[in-house]
Design a protein around this ligand. Structure first.
Ligand SMILES: Nc1ncnc2c1ncn2[C@@H]1O[C@H](COP(=O)(O)OP(=O)(O)OP(=O)(O)O)[C@@H](O)[C@H]1O
Ligand SMILES: [Mg+2]
Length: 360
């Protein structure tokens, strides 16, 4: 039976259907669709929900994506992810005390949250045996909204995951786990840039940074005094980072590429803020007890399509930057979807990671 991974972002919805045979996956189909041309964050929640529902229905039907169950994920302010240290106890013991132990780390009423945790390891600190715990809290209200969305679409609910973890799941499925390697997965979407630092298959740090594509579009709209949809079009068609070799060319013919320079200039402060936050995350990880250095950044998300963004980040972070291709090694059920998959590899990691998760 087929299972669908659905990534409902703030700007676009992505759906992925895989087929499993003999422990190997092949991709049946993938689709991505913008929820609206306009930014939906300021909209009335009922209006936004309707747009999301319509986009989900269309992305499934337009791409002939079918399945019995569906998994989805949450991110940003919808979820709290914390790494905490607690006095040593077993998994069973923690299960019964997590609501009390976790309370101080969750900024809203813990009794109105769905909790999950994972014990990452054991440490000795100040002569005390402790456990390192990854705590995840999602508001019950948010979980219920997603469950009713899935039900209204006629599917069984699979797993409700977190964008960052689905991203990691996808990375490991495509690129494998190397025990000694530390990589930073950076998924730059519209509202958030999800960062996940993975060490030998374990998430050691994750965060959603509130700088991403929608702010870049707003920067362009402000600079060119145009509407959000117009700026979005300009960003996709002519936007991009001007790297040094291009800069030299541009100084010779300034009038022709004037708009390009203005668009680039308008986006730079936001991109710099994002890079500062990424660096902060790296510093936090590298200054922790483990002290391993990050080998590379693997970039994904719609905003990773911004021309030369990979080169820019690589230069600033002084690290290799690779583009995530979720469909790199997967067999295709139908050769006709090849072109679509080629263009969608960057969008796909979260929905692909979700489609790998089977309902328990
Ligand atoms: N060719 C392109 N060049 C630059 N940006 C692009 C391009 N194509 C899409 N984008 C940007 O990608 C973003 C959407 O990416 P994505 O679908 O990963 O985000 P999302 O999952 O909807 O958002 P989030 O996860 O932040 O809630 C939009 O901001 C869009 O402007
Ligand atoms: Mg996203």
């Amino acid at each position: 039976m087929s299972h669908i991974g659905l990534d409902i972002g703030s700007y676009s919805v992505k759906a992925c259907q895989l087929k499993e045979k003999g422990g190997k996956y092949s991709v049946v189909n993938f689709g991505v669709l913008d929820i609206s041309e306009e930014l939906t964050e300021a909209m009335d929640p009922a209006q936004r929900s309707l747009l999301v529902l319509n986009a989900v229905k269309r992305v499934l039907s337009d791409n002939n994506i079918k399945g019995a169950s569906l998994s989805l994920s949450v991110s940003g302010e919808q979820v709290i992810v914390r790494y905490i240290k607690l006095p040593y106890m077993t998994k069973e013991e923690l299960k019964s005390t997590i609501r009390i132990d976790g309370e101080q780390y969750v900024p809203f009423n813990i009794n109105e949250c769905v909790l999950d945790f994972s014990i990452l390891g054991e440490i000795m600190e100040e002569g005390q045996r402790k456990i390192e715990v990854l705590l995840v809290a999602i508001k019950e209200e948010v979980v219920n909204q997603y469950i009713s969305l899935v039900k209204s679409l006629g599917f069984d609910i699979g797993v409700i995951d977190v964008d960052c973890f689905a991203l990691q799941n996808a990375y490991e499925a495509v690129y494998g786990v190397k025990e000694e390697e530390v990589v930073a997965l950076l998924n730059i979407g519209a509202k958030y840039s999800n960062i996940n630092i993975v060490e030998g298959g374990v998430t050691v740090y994750s965060r959603d940074i509130p700088y991403a594509g929608a702010l870049l579009t707003k920067d362009i709209a402000r600079e060119l005094a145009c509407t959000f949809p117009e700026a979005e079009k300009i960003k996709r068609e002519t936007g991009g980072i001007i790297i040094e070799s291009e800069e030299t060319k541009l100084t010779r013919i300034p009038s022709k590429d004037d708009k390009k320079i203005r668009v680039y200039g308008a986006m730079v402060p936001t991109i710099n803020k994002l890079i500062t936050e990424v660096r902060r995350a790296f510093d936090f990880y590298e200054s922790s007890a483990k002290k391993k250095s990050i080998a590379k950044i693997v970039l994904s998300g719609g905003s990773a399509k911004l021309r030369n963004l990979d080169k820019f980040i690589s230069e600033r972070m002084k690290l290799p930057v690779e583009l995530f291709d979720a469909f790199k090694d997967l067999e295709r059920e139908d050769a006709e979807i090849e072109l679509k998959l080629k263009e969608s590899g960057l969008y796909a990691p979260v929905s692909f990671g979700l489609s790998l998760r089977r309902p328990k």
